[in-house]
Write a protein that binds this ligand. Structure first.
Ligand code: FE2
Length: 509
């Protein structure tokens, strides 16, 4: 059938066909078209609504679903255990999204030099305030005053790192600046005023990265300013916070709907588990929140030749399918969705929320920016997709691709989500949305496609893995994913559980 004939047949059946859907049917025989229309009618019945009441818009996803090119769980087949009694429903919800720390709808920068100056001044000011609250035996001075001190005097300077170089003798020269000027500080390799269980100043200096803000204790000599110690803003040490209610939070990220590598059967299995089907039902009953840390769809044009990895080449179709999955998650679970680098928002961080209409964000589905702060039952939770993890792993000694949580802890230590400006896209907003606000109880990242868990100074640090198998692109970059594993954090006991859905037999680890 030609295109106009296909359009007419669909219209006769009260269906409007989109251009991308029409593309899927190009060149098909009339009997095949009629068969697709019959299947679509069955599908639409399953989605609910009165058949006569509306004219349906037929999308590329609908056609692929009807022709079984992609598999979409149907609402009639979705399971729910009959004895499923979610505690989360009984308790109700207590959560707060901190919109004051969310860029959504507030972007003011134009990317001009003055924006960058203002942004870095803001970053410096915020971290300086944290560092000023740290105890020190040295008085804190600015660089201008430091340069006027007499030889032998000690002081602490709060500064931004401009560069690091090594001398021929193996010492380190650190260029720093603050709002009063710039200077050079020498870190001697033999300057080993090491306290027990603490790194020496020289070892600490290896961990400095450009554009971060630290406090350096300095002793002046006739010719040099010599570093004695380095202090990062860091999180205060606190006990891990737990709650009275026996509730749990589940974490996902990097779903990549639309990719041919998307683990649809595993994702469906996970949703059924949230509905009480399978082992560990008593844990599923506790889940009251699902946090999503970005890359909900695969997007388009994200990496070279991505088209060959896509089953859905229209980003709207990808979001539509993701939304259908969300609809199948039980109503008593509040869902908070942040974007990642594959999502249909700007790439530069901070990223605004995915437009609400693309993921049907209403009722219990909340679309937030990246980063986002949410207090869940009183636990101060930070969602960050993790765009800077790669740069941190590359820049710091001791990091490796198997442990994204170690890089995440380095972000907490620096109180900034994106310390390496040179290596990441940062939008120079006039407020520093990448500053890590408050004492974090849960730090949830994604991006790295590997499940990881640790605790740092009383903060739960976790990477929520992915729902996509290894792509050729990841293979070339040495990323080894751990697909289809759901971390679930029990807020009363402070225990983490990992539910594995990568085989029909669901396991709790
Ligand atoms: Fe991803």
């Amino acid at each position: 059938m030609n295109e106009s004939e296909i359009v007419r047949v669909f219209r006769d059946n009260r269906m409007l066909i989109t251009p991308s859907a029409l593309e899927e049917l190009r060149g098909k025989e009339s009997k095949d078209i009629i068969e697709v229309i019959d299947k679509l009618k069955d599908l639409y019945k399953n989605y609910g609504g009165s058949e006569e009441a509306v004219i349906r818009t037929v999308t590329e996803t609908d056609i692929k679903e009807a022709t079984q090119t992609i598999k979409i769980p149907t609402f009639v087949e979705i399971k729910r255990a009959t004895d499923f009694k979610p505690l989360a429903k009984e308790y109700g919800h207590d959560f707060k999204i901190h919109t004051e720390y969310d860029i959504t709808g507030k972007s003011r920068c134009k990317g001009e030099i003055s924006d960058f100056v203002q942004y870095f001044n803001e970053r410096f000011k915020k971290i300086k305030n944290v560092l000023l609250s740290r105890p020190s035996t040295n008085r804190v001075v600015n660089i201008e005053t430091l340069s006027k001190l007499k030889p032998g005097e000690n002081a602490r300077v709060i500064c931004m790192i401009t560069s690091k170089t090594m001398t021929k003798k193996g010492h380190m020269i650190v260029e720093v600046e603050d709002d009063s000027g710039g200077t050079t500080i020498l870190v001697l390799k033999e300057n080993d005023q090491k306290k027990p269980h603490e790194k020496s100043c020289f070892e600490k200096a290896q961990l400095l990265v450009n554009d971060e803000v630290v406090a350096i204790d300095v002793r002046t000599s006739t010719n040099f300013k010599i570093a004695n110690d380095i202090t990062w803003p860091d999180l205060p040490i606190k006990p891990k916070k737990t709650i009275e209610k026996d509730l749990a939070v589940a974490f996902i990220s990097d779903v990549h709907v639309g990719s041919k590598y998307f683990c649809d059967a595993e994702f469906e299995r996970m949703i059924n588990w949230l509905r009480g089907v399978g082992p560990g039902k008593e844990l599923a009953e506790k889940v009251g929140y699902l946090l999503v840390a970005g890359d909900v769809v695969d997007g388009i044009g994200i990496y070279p030749k991505q088209e060959k990895d896509l089953v859905l080449k229209d980003v709207y179709e990808q979001y539509k399918l993701f939304s259908r999955f969300l609809e199948m998650i039980p109503d008593h679970i509040e869902i908070i969705v942040a974007p990642g680098n594959h999502d249909a928002v700007r790439l530069a961080e901070p990223q605004p929320a995915i437009p609400s209409d693309m993921i049907n964000a209403e009722g219990r589905v909340h679309s937030v920016g990246n980063p986002a702060y949410v207090d869940i039952e009183g636990l101060h939770t930070l969602l960050y997709h993790g765009g800077s993890l790669e740069a941190v792993i590359a820049a710091l000694p001791g990091m490796d691709t198997l442990h994204p949580e170690a890089a995440a802890m380095e972000l907490l230590k620096r109180r900034t989500l994106n310390p390496l400006y040179d290596m990441n896209d940062i939008a120079p907003e006039h407020q520093d949305y990448l500053f890590i606000e408050g004492d974090i109880d849960i730090f949830h990242t994604g991006h790295w496609h590997r499940n990881a868990y640790s605790e740092y100074r009383g903060t739960v640090v976790l990477n929520s893995g992915c729902w996509i198998s290894q792509t050729d692109y990841q293979l070339k970059r040495g990323i080894v994913p751990t697909p289809a594993i759901l971390p679930v954090y029990e807020m009363k006991s402070g225990h983490i559980r990992h539910m594995t859905f990568n085989s029909p037999e669901i396991k709790i680890v």
